[in-house]
Design a protein around this ligand. Structure first.
Ligand code: ADP
Ligand code: MG
Length: 245
């Protein structure tokens, strides 16, 4: 009798919502609202592509999830934090559990690979001993163990993005957000980054990837949320890239 009960409990935990937006709108001080009445629910452990034309609100959504921006109306909950009510002093602690990767890598140019990744650990006051353990281990995951002394300018775009990924992951976040992570990469490096994101997701991290890469989205058969002028026009399991009209 015990076994089925345990099983049910496990699946309930796996299906727990980690991101929830209900009727969310976001207007900047100028122009039309960037997001309109968004309903989006993402469970722990999901891999989700966010696609849509330039200007459709993808980066705005990412910034709302990070609490870099606040919503205009509706409700937003991330990892149990109500982001309309979170205290300012709690925001750094909240963000520790989110890794973020951008199109333009955003590495410290005068620091080597090791230091770029260690920096993220220093911010959260990890001990030197832990840093010496965690940084090489995450660099090995992204395939850069041998390049820890290189400066960003000595690396290819794909390698720089892998450093950014290592930096986003070293603090072991629950959620990884990637805003057009392959936007500056060639097809081969784009695939390598996407495969790494998939591997990270398979290890339990919830992953959201904003992308324009139609071929990759169609091939990977993940959940695809399509935004158009601030509205979710489709949300499909094992979806594809919807052609613009
Ligand atoms: P995407 O990432 O899909 O290209 P964005 O979320 O960056 O779209 O932008 C959505 C809309 O919001 C666009 O119309 C854009 O011009 C507008 N927008 C984005 N940032 C700002 C801002 N800081 N101030 C005013 N309007 C903005
Ligand atoms: Mg954008």
């Amino acid at each position: 009798m015990d076994a089925p009960v345990r099983k049910r409990k496990k699946s309930a935990a796996d299906n727990k919502e980690i991101i929830s937006l209900v009727n969310v709108s976001k207007a900047y001080s100028t122009g039309a609202p960037a997001l309109k009445e968004i309903d989006l629910h993402i469970n722990k452990g999901e891999f989700v592509f966010i696609v849509g034309d330039s200007g459709s609100g993808k980066s705005t959504l990412i910034k709302l999830l990070l609490r870099e921006l606040t919503i205009t109306s509706g409700s937003i909950n991330v990892m149990g934090y109500d982001l309309t009510r979170i205290r300012h002093r709690k925001i750094p602690k909240f963000r520790r559990n989110i890794g973020i990767v951008f199109q333009d890598f955003r590495l410290l140019k005068d620091r080597n690979v090791y230091e770029n990744v260690a920096f993220a650990q220093r911010i959260i006051q990890k001990s030197s001993k832990e840093i010496r353990k965690n940084v090489p281990s995450i660099l090995a995951v992204v395939g850069l163990a041998g390049k820890y002394k290189a400066k960003p300018r000595q690396l290819s775009g794909g390698e720089q993005q892998r450093v950014a990924l290592a930096r986003a992951l070293v603090n072991n976040p629950s959620i990884l957000l990637a805003d057009e992570p392959t936007g500056n990469l060639d097809p081969k490096n784009s695939w390598e980054i996407m495969k790494l994101l998939e591997q990270i997701n398979e290890n339990g991290t919830t992953v959201l990837v904003v992308t324009h890469n139609r071929e990759i989205v169609n091939a990977m058969q993940k959940r695809v949320v399509t935004l158009k002028r601030g509205v979710i026009v489709s949300d499909e399991e094992k979806g594809g890239y919807i052609d613009e009209d």
